[in-house]
Write a protein that binds this ligand. Sequence first.
Ligand code: ATP
Ligand code: MG
Length: 260
Amino acid sequence: MAEIPDSHPRKASLLSRQRIVEATKNGLLADSAMIAHGRGEAFDYLLGEKTSDSAKLAIKEVAARLMAAKNPVISVNGNTVVLAGKSLIRLAAVINCPIEVNIYYRTEDRMLKLNSLLENQKELLSQESGPKGWDGIWNSAVMSVKILGKLGDGRIEGLEGPRAICSAEGIEKADVVLVPLEDGDRCEALVNLEKQVLVVDLNPLSRTAKMATVTIVDEISRAAELLLEYAINNNQMPTEWNNNDILNKSLKIIASNATI
Ligand code: ATP
Ligand code: MG
């Protein structure tokens, strides 16, 4: 892997890109993962590659909704595991919820690889000390995070074919689903099932972003770290949320950045 000097102004973005390339080589991602990542990069560039104040509001709202949920689940695809798997395992440990691997082009090989990457990360994370401000036995909180998805014993009503497969204990049962980088039609199907759908998507104009209950317009690895922090320090209940308002705010940021 080429060395990127610390002084490079876009180091974080280049490192993420390398992780996606490496993971594709290792068979963890479908080829289209790079296209999805590239689209995200383009929007992140326009947003200034930082978490906006309005995204922080959305992250706080998502943390509050996950903490208040009866059966929350974090659904992850390949890109999400590669870019933010560790932070999301920490988040799942704090919330006490399962993680479900749910990928667009489901193959047994990629499901297995993503599953074992998360299980390995769990082992590693269970040996570190708990995050700042969190009270409890970190080792057992991390080790009790269930990694679901291998067993496709649930169905998402309203979708056809392999896209409908999910875990009965995960997405099927959940009242609140955090699904970073979700596709529009699955987001719509989950909303139609009256679940709260909390998404992370850098494109405020995507069908997913417009359809979701709460949209975090931010890069997944930055958003996941803040989600963890806000979940630990959560001091709010879910609010009446106007999602169009938050999407318009991110569009305004893009517009204001779009002058030379
Ligand atoms: P939709 O189906 O919702 O209209 P799409 O088909 O245009 O969206 P997909 O290819 O389904 O897009 O999913 C990729 C989405 O994930 C894009 O909207 C992209 O901006 C976003 N994305 C990609 N990488 C990241 C990332 N690292 N962090 C946050 N969002 C990302
Ligand atoms: Mg799509």
